[in-house]
Design a protein around this ligand. Structure first.
Ligand SMILES: C[S@@+](CC[C@H](N)C(=O)[O-])C[C@H]1O[C@@H](n2cnc3c(N)ncnc32)[C@H](O)[C@@H]1O
Length: 240
């Protein structure tokens, strides 16, 4: 008998944004995995759930390199997949913790695919989580979509190069992963003339939270924290 794989969304940072269902499952599983920084083994997802986990639940941190190098990524995913597969084969129910929601820009998606290739008969259960952009919109009180509006979520990891294309057909856009290519992203926002219509949110719900609507201040910012995103509204933030 194989164990069940639970993909658990833990929300973007504030432990109070964990769902009741996530807490319930975490109290029942026999093993927990969390993605961790390759540098220091730190896992924010684990810190978020720490107070809800039974003390004796084994927790393993899996390292996923932050790189576009497909060979390095493939090797890391394969090794991590094998660790999880081994526990599932022992018949243990496993939870994989994901920041935000497990099926939104998440490492869990790749891991789930790999595990299903290795164990096609495995049961996967997803516990959705509050996404970073939902929490950021709430913190900034910026509506994400209303009426017939089109709302698009796109990665900024490659410098926001898709902003021009998506803003043509969307009323509101969220740019995730704005940390690495921040100056390029600000250039793209300027190019589409929406510098007075964007709201930057960093470390939402965590120590050091920033909510900034002043584009001039964004231009002065050093590289922002990894946990940063931007909400852009074509009709202006005033419509919020
Ligand atoms: C790999 S994606 C994870 C997204 C996550 N699965 C979700 O549903 O929100 C990482 C990106 O999510 C955003 N993010 C996650 N947590 C955040 C937070 N607390 N504050 C602001 N942005 C956050 C940032 O854009 C970050 O670069």
């Amino acid at each position: 008998m194989l164990g069940t794989l639970y993909g658990i969304g833990v929300g973007p940072g504030d432990p109070e944004l964990l769902t009741l269902k996530a807490v319930k499952v975490l109290k029942q599983v026999t093993h927990v995995f969390a993605a961790a920084s390759s540098k220091n083994d730190y896992s924010l997802a684990f810190e978020i759930v720490r107070e809800y986990l039974p003390e004796n639940t084994p927790v393993d941190h899996l390292h996923f390199p932050m790189t576009f190098n497909s060979e390095r990524l493939e090797n890391a995913w394969q090794a991590n997949c094998e660790q999880v597969v081994e526990i599932l084969r022992q018949g243990k129910n496993v939870a994989f913790l994901t920041l935000g929601d497990p099926l939104t820009f998440s490492t869990f998606i790749y891991l789930m695919r790999k595990i299903r290739q290795r164990l096609p008969q495995v049961t996967v259960t997803i516990v959705p989580g509050i996404t970073a952009f939902q929490a950021a919109a709430a913190t900034a009180t910026v509506p994400l979509a209303e009426g017939e509006e089109v709302f698009t979520v796109v990665s900024g990891a490659k410098g926001g190069d898709r902003l021009k294309e998506v803003i043509a057909t969307s009323d509101n856009v969220v740019l995730m992963k704005t940390y690495k290519q921040f100056p390029q992203i600000l250039d793209r926002v300027k190019e589409v003339g929406l510098q007075d219509s964007c709201c930057f949110v960093s470390r939402c719900g965590l120590q050091g939270e920033i909510v900034e609507r002043d584009f001039g201040k964004l231009l002065e910012m050093e590289q922002p924290n990894y946990l940063s995103l931007m909400i852009i509204k074509k009709r202006g933030l005033e419509s919020s």
